[in-house]
Structures are given as C-alpha cells and as structure tokens.
Design a protein around this ligand. Structure first.
Ligand code: SF4
Length: 332
C-alpha cells in the first residue's frame, strides 16, 4: 500500500499478577484492537491521558514489546516475522525518542561515545569517520562541537533532549517514534525542541509517530491526530479538524483543558469528572460512558465502533461515538 506503517487490529495485553505465587489473575488490555496507518513523511499525533495505551502502541511498533494479536506492517513487511539480520536492519529504520533520553544510556559515557554507538553497532565507517559523523550530528541538533567530550549531567533538559534526538537520527531512520519528548521540559524550551524536530523532518523526510498527553503539543507537529481512551482509538482525523470540529466528547474534553489566550472565545470549559477507569476492567458499552456528559442508555451496553463520519466537514474523519452526529454542533 501507499503507507509506510500499517497497524491492524493491534492488541497488547499484560498479565496482572497476584496471590502468594504471583500467578496471573487478570489482564490489562493496554491496547485493545486498534488500527491506523501512517503515510511516508507524515506525522501522526497519538494523544490521550496516561494509561490510555499510547506508549504501548509506540513500543509495539518499535518492537520493544511483542503484540498479543494483530499485525504491524512497516514498508509492507509484517514485523512479527522478522528475525536476525533483517530485524537489525529494521531497527535501524525505526528509532525512538523518549521523554528521558538517558533512561537507557550509561551516564558515565561521554556524549560522543553515546552518539558513536549506533555507528559501531551497525559497523558503519572508520573511527575517524564516526567521530566526524558525531560532530555533524551535534551540529544538526544545534549543540556545539565540544559537547562530544562532556557528560549528560552537564547539560540542561533541553540540551539533553537534543542529544536524544541526535542519537535517534544518527542512522538516518525512515521512522521516528517520539514518546512524550517534551513533557518534562519548560514550556519555553518545548517549542524549541518541537521546531528542531520539524526542521529535521523537513531535511530528511522521516515519518513520525508523535505520542503525547497534551493536544496543544501535538498540534504543532502533526498532520493527523488520533485520540486514545482506555486502549481504543476514539477519534482520528487531520489536525485542523480535530481542533475545529471534534466529534468525540472525550476529544472535546481534552481540548477544553488547553488554556485559551482569548478569554472571549466561545469554547466552554468542559470538566472531566472522575478518574480513568482501570484498563483491566474497562466499563461495558462505551468505555467513556462513566465520564461522558452526553452518555445515554445505549452507551452503557453497546460499544461504539470507530467508523467514518460522513457528516463531518473533513473527508477523512473517523469517530467511535453513538451520538456523534447529534452532538456535532454542540462540541467544541
Ligand atoms: Fe459519550 Fe455515549 Fe458517545 Fe460514549 S458513545 S462518548 S458515552 S455519547
């Protein structure tokens, strides 16, 4: 197909252990039957509260988790069947940027050593060429040349994320999965890092899955946005449409959490009541019905599927809500 990434009916369940022998006593349905695709060069934003399964989706795509069911196709190859050398080649083309770039890296290594590592693992270049590659990476992410000889703790949060991004782009991957890359940073620094990602994407044309809990953050970088709630995608369409004419009450609630600069704006504050229910025991019917201000009887028993919304002004808009058509002019 024309897509670089196709995720089809993906499920990822984790066992919950209990009792004296810590046997599996339940399952958390972290990702529960979701499908989406990303075109080459496109950025899909994946948004939802913590625990909605968005991080698990990213980790399945990066092959850090083995899916429970479903298919993930990258460039028309099903990732499930890939092993050995082919898997190493594939890993090179799907890279991750984490919230804390040094979570998985040795803090006693210099930045130069960390950035050189991907080249070493894939046996690319001589020692001299690798050092040159590290210098050019530092330059591309806006860090000075002497950063290579310093240690991670000597850098600010924003600079550390630049290093994380440099490592992710080192081998010129076709896809980058960003998992909350700016949520630990000050707001003023966030936009610098988002702009850096946009510039690099323009330069090298990578495809991006951008995961965040904050709709305001993904707006800057996404072509399309998918909203997740309790393991399901509840709405997906292009970024402008999500903000202008959301069709799912949950999307609308996330939008009203964004501070608005103009106090006379029409958007009404919609408060979300209650906590997110446990993904090991999601509510029956619509999973959002326990918190939805528009819930009707049918919502408690029948689960809405994600279907194309013919009544949306956007050509490519899917929503999972029984009342989406009735509500379409009420939600902002
Ligand atoms: Fe609310 Fe019902 Fe729509 Fe679920 S299906 S979002 S409970 S109106």
């Amino acid at each position: 197909g024309p897509n670089l990434l196709e995720v089809e009916r993906l499920k990822k369940y984790f066992p919950v252990r209990g009792g004296v022998f810590l046997r599996p006593v339940a399952q958390v349905h972290a990702v529960d039957d979701i499908s989406f695709a990303i075109r080459p060069g496109e950025t899909l934003g994946l948004v939802g509260e913590s625990g909605c399964g968005k991080t698990t989706v990213g980790r399945c795509v990066a092959r850090l988790y083995e899916p429970t069911a479903g298919a993930i196709r990258f460039d028309n190859t099903d990732l499930a069947g890939v092993r050995g050398a082919a898997l190493r080649r594939l890993r090179r083309h799907i890279q991750m940027v984490f919230q804390d770039p040094f979570e998985s890296l040795n803090p006693r290594h210099t930045v130069g050593t960390m950035l050189e590592e991907p080249f070493k693992i894939h046996r690319i270049g001589t020692a001299v060429e690798r050092r040159q590659s590290v210098q050019s990476l530092l330059d591309r992410v806006g860090l000075s040349a002497n950063a290579a000889d310093r240690f991670p703790h000597e850098f600010s949060g924003g600079q550390r994320q630049r290093i994380g991004i440099a490592r992710a782009i080192a081998l010129n991957p076709r896809m980058i999965i960003c998992d909350e890359p700016v949520s630990a940073l000050d707001v003023s620094i966030q936009s610098q890092i988002l702009n850096l990602l946009l510039d690099l994407q323009q330069e090298s044309g990578f495809t991006c899955l951008f995961i965040a809990h904050d709709l305001a953050v993904v707006r800057h970088v996404s072509d399309r946005i998918a909203v997740m709630y309790l393991g399901k995608i509840v709405e997906i369409t292009d970024a402008d449409t999500i903000y202008a004419t959301p069709l799912h009450p949950y999307t609308s609630a996330l939008l009203s959490a964004i501070p608005i600069a103009d106090p006379t704006a029409k958007r009404q504050k919609q408060v979300l009541y209650g906590d997110v229910p446990s993904p090991s025991a999601p509510p029956p019917g619509c999973r959002f019905h326990t918190r939805c201000p528009h819930a009707a009887d049918i919502c408690k028993t029948s689960e809405p599927s994600l279907v194309p919304a013919a009544f949306s002004p956007a050509p490519d808009h899917q929503v999972a809500c029984h009342r989406a058509e009735e509500l379409k002019n009420l939600l902002i």
